[in-house]
Each structure stands twice: as C-alpha cells, then as structure tokens.
Design a protein around this ligand. Structure first.
Ligand SMILES: CC(C)(COP(=O)(O)OP(=O)(O)OC[C@H]1O[C@@H](n2cnc3c(N)ncnc32)[C@H](O)[C@@H]1OP(=O)(O)O)[C@@H](O)C(=O)NCCC(=O)NCCS
Length: 166
C-alpha cells in the first residue's frame, strides 16, 4: 500500500507529450501495468493504437524527487456520435483513494470542452469496483450482453450524456 495521495498533488496529462517530464518512462509504466492488470486478450496494444488519431491516452501521476510516478491511466476513442472510454486503470497501491473518480471526472471535463455529447463504455458484470466507479461518475447501465467478453463473462454497456452535465 502506497502512502495516501493528496488529489491536489496529482497531475492529469495527455501522453505522449513533449512537455510531460519523462513521458517515455510513464508510457513504459502504463504498458507494464496493463499487462499485470488485464487478461492477455484484453490488454491494449499501445504501440499500434496510439498511432491512430482518434485514440487518446491520459495519465495521472505524482511527482517524486526522482521523477513522475504513475498512479493511473485512461484511454478513450473519439467519434462524432459517441466517444468510448476503452480503458480505466488505477495502479494497485493507489486504489480506493478517489483517484479513479477524479481521473474519469477529468476525462469527462476534457470531452465536454471538446463538445462531445455522449460517452459510453463496456464493463464486465463481475468488476464491482469499476461498476461502482462509473456509477459514481454518472454513467447509467443501458445494455447487457451475455458472453460479451468470453463464454460466461457478460458485459454491461454504460452511457453518460454530457449535455445534462452538472
Ligand atoms: C476500477 C478502478 C479503476 C477504480 O479506481 P479507484 O481509484 O480505486 O476508485 P475510487 O477510489 O475513485 O472509487 C470510485 C468509486 O468506486 C468505489 N469502489 C472503488 N473500489 C471499490 C471496491 N473494491 N469495491 C467496491 N467499491 C469500490 C468507491 O467506493 C467509489 O464509490 P463512491 O464514490 O460511491 O464511494 C480500479 O479498481 C482498477 O484499476 N481496477 C482494475 C482495472 C479495472 O477493473 N478497470 C476497469 C475496467 S476497464
């Protein structure tokens, strides 16, 4: 368990970015976390996906004396009618401190600024923490698909309309 993190000390940034200190180091930490967290068939291929103009990677880090330390990341895919949040992950020692909620809130703020109207995502029915997080961020369950991820693993699609944003 890491030291409790003060949300005010965190930086939310888009990667890769020339102005981000140690951008390459953060990206390497993201790839490592992705491998540790998700089953092989769900792991995101950052090298090829980030070449696409519509794929957006954000990270959250805090700055230590020896450089930035990754706390979490999100990936979303922009499209005109519906933006899809594809990945949300908080590095294990930093979980359950509000970082996930803060990070998704920052993504929604950016999307609203960019005039996005609707955002959706898929979540495994058994990922209780993720479902709670998305509900806490105002997403509503709109569809359930049996065996969406693999036989026996159902998926829920959740949606958030940014026009009715507080
Ligand atoms: C899902 C995940 C991103 C949540 O991040 P987090 O920083 O721990 O979440 P927060 O601390 O911001 O909590 C957000 C909400 O979820 C709830 N929550 C978080 N972890 C929980 C848990 N283990 N069990 C129950 N609820 C939980 C919190 O209580 C909070 O709800 P509230 O605002 O109603 O109190 C994190 O657990 C994670 O990275 N999991 C592995 C990857 C994953 O499942 N990603 C999502 C699918 S792509």
């Amino acid at each position: 368990m890491a030291e409790p993190v003060d949300l005010a000390s965190l930086t939310f940034a888009r990667l890769p970015g020339k102005s981000i200190p140690a951008s390459a180091r953060l990206l390497a930490a993201i790839k490592q976390t992705e491998k540790r967290t998700f089953p092989g068939n769900e792991a995101f291929d950052f090298d090829s996906e980030l070449k696409k103009r519509t794929t957006v990677l954000h990270c959250v880090y805090h700055t230590r004396a020896d450089g930035p330390e990754l706390c979490g990341y999100t990936v979303h895919i922009r499209s005109k009618l519906m933006t899809r949040i594809h990945k949300v992950c908080v590095v294990e020692p930093f979980r359950e401190q509000g970082i996930g909620k803060w990070m998704v809130g920052m993504v929604l703020k950016e999307l609203k600024k960019a005039a996005a109207e609707n955002v959706d995502l898929w979540v495994d029915t058994t990922r209780v923490s993720a479902r709670r997080l998305y509900e806490a961020c105002g997403f509503k369950e709109v569809q359930i698909v049996r065996n969406y991820y693999s036989p026996g693993r159902d998926g829920i699609r959740m949606e958030r309309n940014l026009e009715v944003d507080a």
